[in-house]
Design a protein around this ligand. Sequence first.
Ligand code: CTP
Ligand code: CA
Length: 231
Amino acid sequence: RAEASARRDLAGRRVVVTAGGTREPLDPVRFLGNRSSGKQGVAIAEAARARGAHVTLVAANLEVASPGGCDLREVSTALELQAAVTEAAAGADLVVMAAAVADYRPAAVSESKIKKQPGDDGLTLELVRNPDILAGLGHAPHDGTLLVGFAAETEADDDRLLALGAGKLEAKGADLLVVNRVGWTEGFARDDNRVVIIGNEGVLARAVGSKMSVAHEILDVVAPRLRELRA
Ligand code: CTP
Ligand code: CA
């Protein structure tokens, strides 16, 4: 896809990408996390950079090297990611929420390491909901900022997968949603990906291949929409 980089069709654009997976601490040594490696989000940040954008990467616990040439904001929890992306999104042309954000966090964080109790046979954790960061951005005024979300689903049926995606697009007030199937062997930590990009009109594109080629295909859908948004 050398021609895409050569086009530099994002020159002068301000792009914010979130990548990785949040971690919610239980105590000083433990957290609740997820299997997102950050590869797809980092690929989008690199692709946008190659196409001329100024990129802010909000990085949550990446398992891959962070790309050079980006303004890097490292975060760990959902609340930290929310603060960083909300600040960076002000005046941005494009926000891509590729990070896997914990839906819940422990209701309390223990100051000391949680110890087993003599004779107990289990432990119940109380969790509280984290804010929906993408919906927060989508429902606040964001004139001139295109919002792209991701949807990770384990649904096997293609039609039902797309219906779930359409529901999320609508509920979150996003402009585009990148839907991908995840599972024990699909999606996370792999080098390749298979996604469907949907908008209010329905399916806009399907992309299969390396996470970098998928990143460029997502930006191929995004770039003309940015031109319409802010000519
Ligand atoms: N997201 C977010 N804040 C959250 C949870 C998710 O901003 N607290 C964003 C993700 O970054 C992603 C999109 O919302 O871009 C969809 O995430 P996903 O987990 O697929 O959807 P949820 O709305 O959390 O629904 P589910 O109950 O299926 O997990
Ligand atoms: Ca979720």
